[in-house]
Design a protein around this ligand. Structure first.
Ligand code: 3AM
Length: 179
C-alpha cells in the first residue's frame, strides 16, 4: 500500500519566501519545513500498487495549459473550536480550478471515490496543537497582507507520503507537464 496525494510543488524561491512566515515563536505550532511545502490539489489516501499505477496512467492523460498563481493572505483551518492548521492562501484562479477538476475526474476514472469536500487551495505552513490564541492572533494579523506572485505552474506532481516520528516525508513519484 502507498499513501498518495496530487499537488503542485513550489519553486525553491517561493518556499524560501514562505519560510519567512514560519518559525515565529508560536507555542503549539509545528512549522512545515520548506522542503515539504506544496499546494495540494487532491488527497488520495492509501491505495494498493495496482491502483497507484492506474492513477499514474490517468493523470498522464491530462491535457491542460500551464498558468501562474499568486499566493495571498494567511488563514486557519478549524474543526469545531479546534484550530489545527495555518496556511497561506491563493488568489482566485480559474486555471487552478480547471486543473483541479481534471485531476478529480482522472482519479475517479482510476477508481477513486469522488472528493465531496470543497477545494480550498492553500499551502500549509504549520500544524497546530492548542496554540496560544493571543499569539496566533498576532501572527495572523502580522501576516495578513502577505502576497507572493506570480508563481509559474508548469507541471503537477503525484506524491507519496510516509508518516514518520519526525513528521511526514514526501516523495515525488511522477510529474506531469502542463503546456
Ligand atoms: O496540503 P496540506 O498539507 O494541507 O493534511 C494533509 C496534507 O494537506 C492532507 O493531504 C496533504 C498531504 O498529506 N491529508 C492527510 N490526510 C488527509 C485526509 N484523510 C488529508 N486530506 C484529506 N483527508
Amino acid at each position: 500500500m502507498v499513501r498518495l496525494f496530487v499537488a503542485l510543488d513550489l519553486p525553491f524561491e517561493v518556499r524560501e519566501r514562505l519560510r519567512l512566515l514560519t518559525g515565529a515563536k508560536l507555542p503549539g505550532a509545528r512549522w512545515v519545513p520548506p522542503e515539504n511545502m506544496h499546494l495540494t490539489l487532491r488527497f488520495v489516501g492509501e491505495v494498493d500498487h495496482g491502483r497507484a499505477d492506474d492513477i499514474d496512467a490517468a493523470l498522464g492523460t491530462i491535457a491542460a495549459r500551464g498558468f501562474s498563481l499568486t499566493l495571498e493572505g494567511v488563514g486557519t483551518f478549524q474543526s469545531g473550536r479546534r484550530v489545527h492548521a495555518l496556511w497561506a492562501g491563493v488568489e482566485r484562479n480559474p486555471a487552478l480550478e480547471h486543473l483541479r477538476a481534471k485531476v478529480e475526474s482522472a482519479l475517479v476514472r482510476a477508481g477513486c471515490e469522488p472528493e465531496r469536500r470543497k477545494f480550498t487551495p492553500h499551502v500549509t505552513l504549520a500544524r497546530l496543537d492548542q496554540p496560544d490564541p493571543a499569539k496566533l492572533g498576532d501572527w495572523l494579523h502580522g501576516n495578513a497582507l502577505f502576497r507572493l506572485g506570480p508563481v509559474p505552474v508548469e507541471h503537477f506532481t503525484l506524491f507519496s507520503s510516509r508518516l514518520g516520528r519526525e513528521g511526514p516525508h514526501y516523495t515525488a513519484e511522477a510529474a506531469y507537464a502542463l503546456r
